[in-house]
Ligand binder design. Structure first.
Ligand code: 5AD
Ligand code: SF4
Length: 473
């Protein structure tokens, strides 16, 4: 898989929102939510925020203003746990100050580091009141109540019930505050066990949410003004479920159905594993104008030897043929990828295979990583760990090639007329930012329309952090 769906910063980060109807001031409890990592963590933070808002919390935008700090952690980051512990050290200091002044501070740690470390977090950082893994978020309000009674709560099992069933629907007001492009988790966990990756251990086995639940949530989003939905899963294209017609559906069929929802004009999905790109999904790209021509399809390496040792279960050639097939179905599709350099045993020749694959595919964007050990994964014990200087040099060359490709993709867009979904105000007044079908941020004059409009624009020039465009009359 996928890969844990890391995204550009523009889409991550949990924005403070207007709280529940209790009003933001007064005696409401205040929570500060800090989100690291992938889009799924952003989604989970939103859902936890919803649960807390029903529990009387309002969201604030600083630790200083908060009674509760909720850290939603990511284990994909290098030295992820150590970074969390040093952050908890700072929070312990703040709590001591608060206590000295007669106040208090509660701390909850969620996400994949919580899952991986469990009780160890409370042992090493007694400031923490609640440790809660990604599959138990529906228990958060109850866990906080127990913590208020003095218990140190650790909730890291993989319960049989669907966590989303326990988290009731997001209020319309909160959906509106989050904007016109929303995330919707359809699948979680991973059974692929790539040898570098912690996800199968922290997020657990692959689970698909049922069709009915997904459609209900998509309808609610549409009713609250959302026009673009990104379906999320660590291994999103492994999603399957029983369709309305009684047949077993895959992601392609699900997307076809979501596309019929009034108001949903754009659909994306991430992250996909090459092995799970089936015919129905490729046909959805061919047939559905709502399905945006952008695909995050990580390959990690271009060397068959390394792919095998990574347990990716496909060859470089398999991937290239797949890309060819997808492009045949949707010629203007933009591809992005994830790459790891310096996986154990990677030689210069293996790395050159990766560079060749990149040159052949021609990516619109990519996330690039130096291999780093995740304890407990098979890669950690492999021979032939690559030295840091070599990784640094390979990463620089790879990034150089990718950024050339990204820039030339931007340049090729100049002159094209595209539909832009206006998402938010630009950095400068008088500007709005929207997304092109290929996920590029595009800056237009604020007179182009209102947030939530889809407008026709002509791309005029590439910029440093996006493209510029003008409205086509
Ligand atoms: N070292 C480096 N990169 C990693 N990724 C996952 N695990 C590791 C690791 N141990 C990268 C993969 C994945 C992305 C989300 O993070 O490229 O697709
Ligand atoms: Fe993706 Fe592989 Fe990790 Fe699964 S094990 S989340 S397929 S990188």
């Amino acid at each position: 898989m996928t890969q844990a769906i890391l995204t550009p910063a523009a889409r991550t980060g949990t924005k403070p929102e207007t709280g529940p109807d209790t009003g933001a001031g007064g005696n409401a409890r205040k929570v500060f939510v800090k989100t690291y990592g992938c889009q799924m963590n952003v989604y989970d933070s939103e859902r936890m925020g919803d649960a807390l808002s029903r529990d009387g919390y309002v969201t604030v935008d600083s630790v200083e203003a908060a009674d509760l700090v909720l850290i939603n952690t990511c284990h994909i980051r290098e030295k992820a746990a150590e970074k969390v512990y040093s952050q908890l050290g700072r929070l312990a200091k703040l709590k001591r100050q608060r206590n000295a002044e007669g106040g208090d501070l509660m701390v909850a740690v969620a996400g994949c580091v919580a899952q991986a470390e469990g009780r160890e977090i409370i042992r090493r950082a007694p400031v923490v009141d609640v440790v809660i893994g990604p599959q138990t978020y529906h228990r958060l309000p109850e866990a906080l109540a127990r913590a208020r009674n003095g218990e140190a709560v650790v909730e890291t099992d993989f319960p049989a019930e669907d966590k989303f069933d326990g988290l009731s629907a997001t209020p319309e007001k909160a959906i509106r505050a989050r904007g016109v492009a929303a995330f919707l988790t359809v699948q979680e966990g991973c059974d692929k066990f790539c040898t570098f990756c912690v996800v199968p251990y922290t997020r657990g086995a692959e689970v698909s949410r049922p069709v009915g639940r997904i459609l209900e949530e998509a309808e609610r989003l549409a009713q609250a003004g959302v026009r673009e939905i990104t379906l999320l899963g660590q291994n999103v294209n492994a999603w399957h479920g029983k369709g309305a017609d009684g047949r077993e559906w895959g992601l392609g069929e699900l997307i076809r159905r979501v596309a019929t929802i009034d108001g949903i004009d754009r659909i994306r999905y991430t992250t996909s594993h090459p092995r799970d790109m089936d015919e129905a999904l490729i046909e959805a790209h061919r047939d559905l104008p709502e399905l945006m021509p952008y695909l995050h399809l990580p390959v990690q390496s271009g060397s068959d030897r390394i792919l095998k040792s990574m347990n990716r279960r496909h060859t470089a050639e398999d991937y290239l043929r797949l890309v060819e097939k997808i492009r045949l179905a949707r010629p203007d599709i933009a591809l992005s990828g994830d790459f790891i350099v310096g996986f154990p045993g990677e030689t210069d020749a293996d790395f050159e295979d990766t560079m060749r694959l990149i040159a052949e595919v021609n990516y619109a964007a990519a996330f690039t990583f130096k291999y780093s050990i995740r304890p407990g994964t098979p890669g950690a014990d492999m021979e032939g760990q690559v030295n840091e200087a070599v990784k640094t040099e390979r990463l620089a060359r790879l990034q150089d090639l990718i950024s050339q490709q990204t820039r030339s993709f931007g340049r090729e867009c100049v002159g094209k007329v595209v539909d832009l979904l206006l998402e938010k105000p630009g950095r400068n007044t008088g500007q709005l930012i929207g997304r092109s079908p290929w996920l590029q941020p595009v800056i237009v004059d604020a007179m182009a329309g209102e947030i939530g409009d889809i407008v026709r624009v002509r791309i005029t020039q590439p910029g440093t952090s996006g493209l510029f465009a003008e409205v086509v009359e």
